[in-house]
Structure formats: structure tokens, C-alpha cells
Design a protein around this ligand. Sequence first.
Ligand code: SAH
Ligand code: SF4
Ligand code: F3S
Length: 444
Amino acid sequence: MTARQPRTIPQPKTFHVTSFGCQMNVYDGERMAELLSAEGMTAVGEREAADLVVLNTCHIREKATEKVYSDIGRLRRDDGTNPLIAVAGCVAQAEGAEIMARAPQVRVVVGPQAYHRLPAMVASAALGGRETETDMPAEAKFAALPKRRVSTPAAFLTIQEGCDKFCTYCVVPYTRGAEIARPYADLVDEALALVDGGAREITLLGQNVNAWAGEDPAGGAIGLAGLAAELAKIPDLARIRYTTSHPADMDDALIAAHGENPKLMPFLHLPVQSGNDRVLRAMNRSHSADSYLKIIERARSARPDLAVSGDFIVGFPGETEAEFADTLSLIDAVGYAQAYSFKYSPRPGTPAATMDGQVPPEVMDDRLKRLQAHLDRDQLAFNQASVGRRCTVLIERRGRQPGQWLGKSPWLQSVHCTDDLALGSLVEMDLIDAGPKSLTGRRV
Ligand code: SAH
Ligand code: SF4
Ligand code: F3S
């Protein structure tokens, strides 16, 4: 028999948050850390040293979900006891009851729209309870969160949550709930706090970030372009980015903003998933390959140096070789600066999981390999074409080698340099060398 966790344990004094999945989870992880710090707990760098471990989980693909259970197992200490374990994020939302049943050492399950309650749940779990909270929607959470206290040179700001699109393969509408947009005034406040804390770049986040809609102080209706224009007025904020956008919500104003708002970076992450219209319809994507290409074309005419990024799924149920080849053609037509690509993963409760024509794993492996060869080729070409460019690089952190810094170009490329620089500075550089994943810069 293994040693049992005592029913009651001392209130945790130290904590560690691990976030998996998308940037919104990274943002949520930062907010949870701020909440716990505000309660007097101390963040520690190592999980092993933490009284409380928060696993902020992702449910998007099967592999991501399995990771939660193996991570829970790995938290057990040599004496058989566990830290106080809280499972947060999208797996908590989707499989909260199952986690509680499968993993008795988990004391807290909290969904992505309910984590403002985390400190209270932890306190009561330490007294011997097991707490589950998976309420939606997100408005209450944002209202209950403390003011931002920590910032990094490049910071995230969630402006929109949830998804009403219901792509047939995707769990997000179920784990994050319906689309909500945070109010304009709250976002301006949070952006100001981030900039006060040292942020020079803010990435506006949302599952459908370009579906954001709000009202400016005069009561006028604005969208993402209007919000970005307003944030651009913050003097010390140098760069604005946004992700992830949906083709159906790329309105004229946002496309035009890429040519008009100098702080909006020349980068567009616009997932397409497939280049074949039958597959796109079966996915319930409300765009065609052609309408997607038109958006890219218009965005590029607004901002000729725009770098385009995308997401792809290979092996969606029923995808034939010829349909897959359409995706390769679309990739060749766009010329992506970077991209994410995935094998289709059937997710419980989604319509695609029970569709006919599930594609065998070895076919998916082969398609993914071929797809990534096209994407890698284009990414390297994009990086190589950047050599000789002069641009501003935001210095975000130390590199691995002594004296090395890592920053980002306007086109979201990682740039290494060894000049004597300061964290958070915006440095004029010449890009002098390129590899598949990064570039080398030299201060002008
Ligand atoms: N809201 C964003 C991103 C959602 S999740 C969008 O619509 O683009 C990020 C990416 O994960 C998706 O773009 C998609 O490419 C991938 N993805 C989502 N569900 C998946 C599944 N069941 N199997 C494989 N990839 C998936
Ligand atoms: Fe998922 Fe589609 Fe919504 Fe993106 S738009 S989160 S892929 S359902
Ligand atoms: Fe994963 Fe949830 Fe983000 S499922 S990708 S953490 S919205």
C-alpha cells in the first residue's frame, strides 16, 4: 500500500503553475499566479518545491489530454505524499468529474472561466475537501481578477474568449463556452497596467480575437481595428499583435488597419486548416480556399511586407489524397512565414469524431510529413529573404549562450544577437544570417 495523503494539510505557502496548450492558457496561468500571490503565497520555479501545483491543461488533441494524467502521477513525492494538486484549464472543464474519479490525489478541479475562485477552493481543499467549479461564462472571472502586477517586454492580454464557430473537429466551444468580449475600458486599463510594468509589445488574445466588438467612450461601435487604434495611443507601447483570428471575422477595417496603424505588426496568423472546399465544408469552416486566399491578398496589399502564418489539420475524416493535395497547393500559393500543423485527433463529443472515413494513422503520418516539408521550405525561404533587412528587434530574454540575447523581429521571427543590450529594449538591427527557426541580428 502507498502512503495516503492526510485528509487535511497545512495551507499551502508556495505554488507552481504549469500551463499547456495555447497562449490563452499562458495568460490564464499568469492570472492564476497573480491571484495566488495576492493571497500571500510565493511562486517557486520547481514543481518539486511547491506545496500547491496547478496544472493548467489543454484538451485540444488526445495527446495533450493524456499528458495531464501522466503529470498527475509524476507529482507524487518519494514519501508517497502529493502536493495539493489543482487541475485547471480545458481538461478540467471537459473531464472534471472523470479526473476526480481517476485521480484521488487531485483536490481541486477548476474550469477556465472559474479560476478567480481558485484561492478559496485551495483553502477549502487544504481543510480536507475536494472542490470542483466549472461555471461559465467568463465575465465574472474578469471582474474578480486583481490588477495586473507583473509584466514582460512582450505581454499577453485576453480580450475575447470562447467560440461560437463549432468547427466539427474542435472542443473549444465546449471547453471555453460561448464568445464573450471584454469591455473596452477594462482592456485599456489592463494594457496601461502592462505597459507600466514594462511591456513594450502586447498580443491581444482570443479564440476568435477578431470577433471582438465593443463600444468606445463616445458610445460608438468598434471592432478589433478600433481597439488597436486606441491602444496605439499609449506612448510606451511600441507593438501590437493579435491572435487567433478567424477568416470569417477579418473585416475591412482590420485589413485596412495593417496599412494604417504603424504599431500593428506586419504579421497575420490566419488558420485555414485545409485547402479543399469539401473538407472545409465538412469541418464547418465558413470560408472556402478561395475566400481565404482573397483575404490574404487584400491584407498583403494593405501591408506588402505582411508575414502570414496558419494552422493545418491533415487527415480529417474522409480526406482523400487529392483533397490533401489541394492543401499543399494552397500552401504553395500563400508562402507561409511560419505555421502549425497537426494530425486530426478525434475528440469526444465533437461531430467529426463519429464521421465515416476516419483516416489511418500511417496515412496521417505521411501527409503530415509532406505538408511540413512544404511549410519548412517556405519558412526557411522567408527567413533567408529577411537577411539584409534592417528592422527593430524587441529584446525579450537571455539566449542560451553567454552574452546572447533573444528578441523578435516585426515578423515574429526569433532573432539572436550578442550586442550589449538591455532587456525590453527596442533595438535597430541588421538581419545578417538566417536559419530555419531563427535569425542573427547585429545592432546598427
Ligand atoms: N480558434 C483558433 C484556434 C483553435 S485551436 C482557430 O479557429 O483557428 C488551434 C488549432 O488546433 C486549430 O487551428 C486546429 O488547427 C488545431 N485543432 C483543433 N482541433 C483539432 C483536432 N481535433 N485535431 C487536430 N488538430 C486540431
Ligand atoms: Fe475551434 Fe473552430 Fe472555434 Fe477555432 S473557430 S476555436 S478551430 S471551433
Ligand atoms: Fe487547449 Fe483550451 Fe487553448 S483546449 S488550445 S488550452 S482553448
